[in-house]
Design a protein around this ligand. Structure first.
Ligand SMILES: *[C@@H]1O[C@H](CO)[C@@H](O)[C@H](O)[C@H]1NC(C)=O
Ligand SMILES: *[C@@H]1O[C@H](CO)[C@@H](O)[C@H](O)[C@H]1NC(C)=O
Ligand SMILES: *[C@@H]1O[C@H](CO)[C@@H](O)[C@H](O)[C@H]1NC(C)=O
Ligand SMILES: *[C@@H]1O[C@H](CO)[C@@H](O)[C@H](O)[C@H]1NC(C)=O
Length: 666
């Protein structure tokens, strides 16, 4: 009885199982059909080439050098410039030197060894390595491992690289490193680097036939094939962006309608912090992923390894994405789709596919949370939340040292409107926690260094920033935000326009603005009257030299005049000058008398960020504070003189970020 009951139950049970299996089989076959095209990853290796194919994209790499020789997509045999040599179409490169070499060398990191790292239905990963040869004087004292990854169903491929300088190896400098892509000149004419900055671009030939302006990168297009571009300026530096805004940029081809994009899911491996600027895409058609360079920072910004220091860093992965649009619409559709893809890549970061153990997987990374508040009793009796403060981890150092750092990884975010922040996906290691707050002077650093271990989730609690402050604000010029963007930015000369910048907020990217100073102040220098002048109109964005004659540039002295109703003759006043940029410049400061031979203060040894010539609205930030004894000031009208004494060049000068006079502490 019991037995038969169980038997009858089990017939039903078996029937149920069989039904479920049928459903599962059906489901699997449907899924397999849906997946069959993209899941067929193939890898073909010949003597000269390594070819990765996922049915959507076919990438040909040179063997064993490891350059990107071809990208086949949407029926197009190669979206790269086929007339160039195979190793000159898509490549990693460095500019390097040994300390005793007279100048730096360009090296395209030709690998000598090829290895298959992974090859299954979920992933292809290949490695091309270049190893230091101590017997060869021209060999870079570093090991390089260039990786390429292809995933199924993915309309693009990834590349990353590991640079390794083991302990004890020779001294070396690397000034610059990047991944450069040279697209087909016949196909790609439209460039997009942001929502605002997109345009039909001139060709490399249009530049060759043009007129070189003050430096070789800036060209006036005099005879372009596209007549609409005639009379415009082209300069790759006009298309620089800040690191935090450099997450997607690229090119569009009209026929067939396809796009090529460089997408960066994280800028943890870039150097100099979130507002370090660098090149993106430019005439070529060229698309870059710049990992670090001295642009907007100066020649001494670079990797310097001395005394056998061990150093290793993973650059990337960067995603090279291709998309298409059958409706032959405007390039905007492809740009919008690339932006969506960028958001997806950002969300997927840290990636789970890179096979190198040097790329730290997500579960081995850490998180920190906290809140940053400000105490400045001259601004507010209470502590204040830091709205949209930039807060981040970078290698241990002084406050603000992150802007000079090239060696380490950096992890930045912005606080919410209450100052709360969460920084995640942090690689294990030692860091300082840094911040700066738009609208508040100076640099914050948490007084404890953080050692992040795998899986850490650290709440650092309430952090209080006490910005530089000795006394009440008597007057101020500008906004302390590390930029000169709030000051007067002139229109470019009508015959030196680039129509990519039709948004007023991008006007600083126009060519030749330095010379507009002479047009505005042909004989007498700028005078700013506190209480009457408006810094958005009356404070030129850069303190530059004046042009006299064709190519002669002479120093200029700016004046700030300000009334004081009464002066505390025994008190100490504080003058604070924050600079947003400096290029081969010095600032001499006199109080109430320019006739003294010796300036009262000198801001010396300034930087070489070259942001005036490169159309940056900032380069490197620096802050300078000076005590002024009350005995130097008078009741009534006072004057501060700011002289930049180094003439002879249109690009020597500074950009002020912010100037403030504080009264005595009381
Ligand atoms: C190339 O790779 C093979 C296998 O890993 C290794 O034995 C050989 O030493 C490598 N050669 C160089 C120059 O790195
Ligand atoms: C981090 O700092 C601690 C203490 O200064 C030190 O012992 C440790 O070796 C450092 N870790 C790394 C990865 O540098
Ligand atoms: C101009 O650019 C700013 C900053 O990128 C942006 O917020 C604004 O919407 C743009 N304006 C127009 C008219 O495109
Ligand atoms: C002048 O400054 C000194 C030093 O800061 C201070 O002790 C004194 O109270 C000030 N006098 C007035 C009238 O504010």
């Amino acid at each position: 009885m019991m037995m038969s009951k169980r038997q009858s139950r089990s017939v039903l049970w078996w029937f149920g199982i069989a039904f479920q299996l049928l459903v599962l089989l059906y489901y699997c076959s449907v899924m397999a059909a849906a997946r069959s095209t993209p899941s067929s990853l193939t890898l073909k290796i010949t003597k000269k080439h390594v070819v990765m194919d996922n049915g959507l994209i076919k990438v040909t790499l040179s063997n064993p050098t490891g350059a990107i020789a071809g990208i086949q997509y949407n029926g197009i045999d190669n979206v790269l410039e086929s007339s160039f040599r195979e190793t000159n179409r898509g490549y990693w490169d460095i500019v390097w030197s040994k300390p005793d070499m007279p100048s730096s060398l360009f090296n395209m990191l030709p690998a000598t060894n090829f290895t298959v790292i992974a090859q299954d239905e979920s992933q292809i990963e290949v490695s091309f390595t270049l190893t230091f040869n101590p017997d060869d004087d021209t060999s870079v004292p570093m090991n390089f491992d260039k990786r390429y990854v292809m995933l199924p169903g993915c309309s693009g491929f990834y590349s990353y690289a590991i640079y390794d300088h083991p302990q004890g190896w020779p001294d070396v400098n690397i000034d610059e490193t990047r991944l450069a892509i040279k697209l087909s000149q016949n196909m790609f004419h439209y460039m997009a680097i942001s929502d605002d900055i997109q345009r039909v671009m001139p060709s490399a030939n249009d530049r060759s036939s043009g007129q070189t302006l003050e430096y070789k990168e800036a060209v006036l297009l005099t005879d372009p094939t596209n007549p609409k571009l005639k009379g415009q300026v082209d300069d790759k530096y006009q298309y620089s962006l800040e690191s935090k805004d450099m997450d997607v940029h690229g090119w569009v081809c009209t026929k067939p309608h396809i796009g090529f994009w460089v997408i960066t899911g994280s800028d943890e491996f870039r150097s100099g912090g979130p507002i370090k600027q660098d090149l993106t895409s430019h005439v070529g058609p060229t698309s870059l992923s710049t990992f670090f360079s001295g642009h907007y920072a100066g020649d001494d910004f670079g990797l310097r390894l001395r005394n056998g220091e061990a150093w290793k860093k993973v650059f990337g992965p960067v995603f090279l994405y291709l998309n298409r649009d059958s409706s032959d619409n405007s390039p905007r559709a492809l740009w919008e789709d690339a932006k969506q893809q960028m958001l997806a890549e950002t969300k997927r970061w840290p990636y789970n596919f890179p096979k190198s153990k040097d790329y730290v997987a997500g579960n081995l990374r850490g998180t920190i949370t906290g809140q940053l508040i400000i105490r400045d009793r001259y601004m507010n009796k209470e502590v204040m939340p830091t709205k949209s403060a930039h807060i981040g981890l970078a290698p241990p150092g002084e406050a603000g040292s992150w802007q000079h750092d090239v060696k380490g990884y950096q992890f930045w975010t912005q606080t919410d409107s209450d100052g709360h922040f969460e920084i995640n996906a942090i690689r294990p290691g030692n860091y300082s926690l840094y911040a700066w707050i738009p609208g508040i002077l100076g640099d914050y650093k948490y007084n404890v260094n953080l050692n992040i271990k795998p899986g850490d989730n650290i709440n650092v609690g309430d952090l209080v920033y006490n910005p530089p402050r000795n006394g009440p604000t008597l007057w101020e010029i500008g906004i302390p935000d590390r930029k000169a963007a709030e000051f007067f930015i002139p229109e470019p000369a009508p015959d030196l326009m680039n129509y990519a910048f039709n948004n007023q907020t991008q006007n600083f990217r126009q060519y030749g603005l330095w010379d507009r100073y002479t047009d505005l102040y042909p004989n007498k220098d700028l005078v700013y009257k506190v209480g009457k002048s408006d810094y958005t109109k009356d404070w030129f964005f850069a303190h530059v030299n004046r042009r006299v004659g064709k190519k002669t540039y002479v120093p200029t002295t700016w004046r700030i005049s300000f009334p004081l109703e009464n002066v505390n003759r025994t008190g100490t006043y504080t003058l604070r000058i924050a600079l947003a940029s400096s290029s081969y410049a010095t600032i001499q400061v006199w109080i109430n008398s320019e006739n003294n031979i010796q300036p009262r203060f000198t801001i010396n040894g300034l930087g070489r960020d070259n942001a005036i010539a490169r159309h940056g609205i900032h380069g490197l930030y620096s802050e300078h504070s000076f005590d002024i004894p009350g005995s130097q000031l008078v009741k009534g009208e006072n004057t501060i003189y700011l002289r930049q004494p180094r003439g002879g060049n249109p690009f020597f000068g500074v950009m002020y970020d912010y100037i403030r006079l504080e009264g005595p502490n009381n």
